[in-house]
Design a protein around this ligand. Structure first.
Ligand SMILES: Cc1ncc(COP(=O)(O)O)c(C=O)c1O
Length: 359
């Protein structure tokens, strides 16, 4: 009998369904086109240049990354318009950021005086003008300036720096990622975007000419595109989706699973798999079995998870089982490659080249 693709794979393995991913990429690209907004996907979700190229081909204008190490990998692989949607503060990393800007466009967000002065010093020493975005804290409480006055102060400081150019504002409403009620999410997204737009107005009333506003994610993009003034969205998770986000945005099917093998039956209806915390993360709650959502994981250790099946479901030792991650971005970072499946066949291994490049 012909072997099923699952039997050809050594587990635990990260599986990527090509067709679902392609549909997700097209959906977001078409949505952005139809709404006349720029799409700059956050590639921290897949960390894979091959997938970024698919997103660009579908219409994305560039990419976002979180770290300089990721920017280096994507730049080496032909991507020449990168926004580090985060701060680069470490002096060694600033040097690398400036070096990378000699080869392609790599913008970065700023939110403190010290960082602005450090970036300027190293940019000037290297004869570079670094394009920066001022980050506004729209409620997440992680990065960004908290008030309009502080934003204006820092914008004026940037203006005085020969090595820097202020090109836009970023606001990231990441605190809304678990708001399921869509009316509530809409209202909250709009108030976050109004903070960003209000900051732009304050700056422009004081002599700036800022038009580039970037924001949003997989669960808020549909609302921020209607906020006049937002010019770019930066969703990441949509490309694969996961169990956490699927409860909120079901327009994106889950494209990525972890394949495991049942290794033991330690008790009645209890099963051990080889998918532990080194193969799938549980920071958003325990992962869910793709075809057996009622079978629940009870214990996760480094190399194993133990789950309890429903009364009518039996599994065999050696049986392969697919698991949906609850947080795909942290799970992908555990793997060297995706095993890519199309029409029930393995079509390749795609390297996750920026995996672990968090430094
Ligand atoms: C600054 C920034 N932008 C965009 C995103 C994308 O969010 P999501 O993966 O939920 O679409 C993230 C996610 O962490 C982020 O930190």
């Amino acid at each position: 009998m012909e072997k099923n693709w699952k039997d050809k794979i050594s587990t635990p393995a990260l599986i990527l369904n090509y067709d679902i991913m392609e549909k997700n990429i097209e959906f977001m690209a078409n949505f952005a086109k139809d709404n006349n907004i720029d799409l700059r996907p956050h590639v921290k979700t897949h960390k894979c240049p091959k997938i970024a190229q698919m997103q660009l081909k579908a219409g994305a204008i560039g990419i976002c990354v979180a770290r300089i190490g990721e920017a280096e990998i994507f730049a080496q692989n032909g991507i020449d318009d990168i926004l580090i949607a985060n701060q680069v503060v470490d002096l060694n990393q600033i040097k690398r950021l400036i070096d990378l800007n000699k080869k392609c466009l790599v913008r970065v967000c700023v939110d403190s005086e010290k960082n602005i002065l450090d970036l300027n010093r190293i940019a000037t020493q290297n004869g570079i003008t670094l394009e920066v975005l001022l980050e506004v804290d729209v409620g997440l409480g992680r990065n960004g300036v908290k008030s309009g006055e502080h934003a204006l102060e820092l914008a004026n400081l940037i203006k005085k720096q020969k090595g820097l150019k202020l090109v836009g504002l970023q606001g990231y409403e990441g605190h809304l990622i678990s708001v399921k009620d869509s009316e509530m999410r809409k209202k909250l997204t709009e108030s976050c975007m109004n903070l960003l737009i209000g900051t732009r107005d304050l700056l422009n009333d004081n002599g700036f000419d800022i038009n580039y506003l970037t924001a949003s994610n997989t669960v808020t993009y549909m609302f921020s595109v209607n906020c006049k003034g937002i010019t770019e969205i930066q969703p990441g998770t949509y490309v694969f989706n996961d169990e956490h986000h699927y409860k909120i945005v079901d327009e994106f099917e889950i494209a990525t699973t972890v394949l495991g093998t049942i290794s033991n039956i330690p008790g009645k209806r209890f099963y051990t798999t080889d998918v532990g915390l080194k193969a799938i993360t549980n920071d958003n709650g325990n992962p869910i079995f793709k075809n057996f959502p009622k079978s629940k994981i009870k214990i996760m250790t480094e190399e194993h998870s133990i789950f309890r099946s429903t009364p009518n479901t039996n599994f065999k030792i050696g049986q392969k089982i697919e698991i949906n991650p609850t947080h795909i971005c942290t799970t992908v970072n555990l793997y060297d490659f995706f095993t890519v499946i199309k029409d029930g066949e393995i079509i390749g291994r795609w390297d996750i080249l920026a995996r672990g490049k968090n430094y």
